[in-house]
Design a binder for this molecule. Structure first.
Ligand code: PBG
Length: 323
């Protein structure tokens, strides 16, 4: 039956009707808020390109986490800003490193909040690359050792999930083995499985002070035109022991999220990255777009595409809007 018997507008007539037939719902517990932690006390260094976000010292971070918990948000993911960087990313796997201390503080002060950690070398290397550099090249296998050591220290401090974001080959297997050997067989790995070499990470690199000092990340992160390769990345990460697969960025890669959802029976996460966030904020501040609606529409599109978990800088604002 078609028009005039069929009129799809009937079910759009008013909000109660629309609510009744809505296919996709956002819940604060689906969100993970990325947070940047630095040393010091009482420190809040605003990140100019990411309004509302800041580098926080551990005391401020703990306060932020208490608010996150009270909003019913699923969890946080931590990024560390070390005081000093070196060629061997030593701050990354230092048991007394900034992220390690932050995890312990959150676990002590904000029990019940899920804490994930980003596992990558780029915030800790003097050159800003995600691994060990030899003769201008990021070498794969030694870089994995640093990541595995970092992941173990995170788990030791109580991290609930470790999330490698470096895109070295075999890093999920390396991390899984190291975790298991260290007695952390129950710590899940959320793999940044399909992570693209994207321009949308621009504001994050200011936030995390991780801009590569030479070259770019195209030798290890994925080439944006490819989706079949993303499926291979995800298959391999699953074989290596990944528990959750992530696609990143989100909005420009909704097709990859949808294909991941169809193909794999594991939780799928998507990272609405800094540039996606900042574009909406910038347009809203210019009066060109409604901030709240753009936020919710972008988030629901990511969920509709198939991501059950969304890492987003909008987590608090969206939780408030939904609550
Ligand atoms: C670390 C990492 C990056 C992001 C998350 N983990 C930056 C990068 O790969 O350059 C980006 C997050 C964002 O843009 O919000 N490798």
């Amino acid at each position: 039956m078609a028009y005039p018997e069929t009129r799809l507008r009937r079910l759009r007539a008013n909000e109660p009707m629309r609510r009744l037939v809505r296919e996709t719902r956002l819940e604060p517990e689906n969100f993970i808020l990325p947070l940047f932690v630095c040393s010091g006390e009482g420190v809040r260094r605003d990140i100019s390109s990411m309004p509302g976000n800041a580098q926080l010292s551990i005391d401020r971070l703990v306060a932020e986490c208490a608010e996150v918990r009270s909003l019913g948000i699923g969890g946080v993911i931590l990024f560390g800003i070390p005081d000093s960087k070196d060629e061997s990313a030593s701050g990354n796997y230092d048991p007394e490193g900034i992220v390690q201390r932050a995890i312990r503080a959150i676990k002590r002060e904000v029990p019940g909040l899920l804490v994930a950690t980003d596992v990558c070398n780029c915030e800790y290397t003097s050159h800003g690359h995600c691994g060990k550099v030899v003769a201008g090249e990021v070498v794969n296998d030694e870089s994995i050792e640093w990541l595995a050591r970092a992941a173990v220290t995170h788990a030791e401090c109580g991290a609930d999930i470790v999330a490698p974001s470096d895109m070295m080959d075999g890093r999920v297997a390396g991390i899984r083995e190291a975790l298991d050997d260290a007695g952390h067989a129950n710590t899940p790995i959320m793999s940044y499985a399909a992570k693209y070499a994207s321009c949308f990470y621009g504001p994050f690199r200011e936030a995390a002070e991780s801009t590569p000092q030479f070259g770019d990340r195209r030798g290890y992160q994925m080439d944006p035109p490819n989706w079949r390769e993303a499926i291979r990345e995800m298959e391999l990460d699953l074989e290596e022991g990944a528990d959750i697969l992530m696609v990143k960025p989100a909005l420009p890669y909704l097709d990859v999220i949808a294909r991941a959802r169809e193909q794999f029976d594991v939780p799928i996460a998507a990272y609405q990255v800094s540039g996606e966030f900042s574009m909406i904020m910038a347009a809203a501040r210019n009066g060109w777009i409604d901030e709240q609606r753009a936020m919710l529409e972008s988030l629901v599109s990511i969920k509709r595409a198939g991501a059950g978990i969304i890492l987003t800088y909008f987590a608090k604002a969206a939780a408030r809007a939904l609550g």
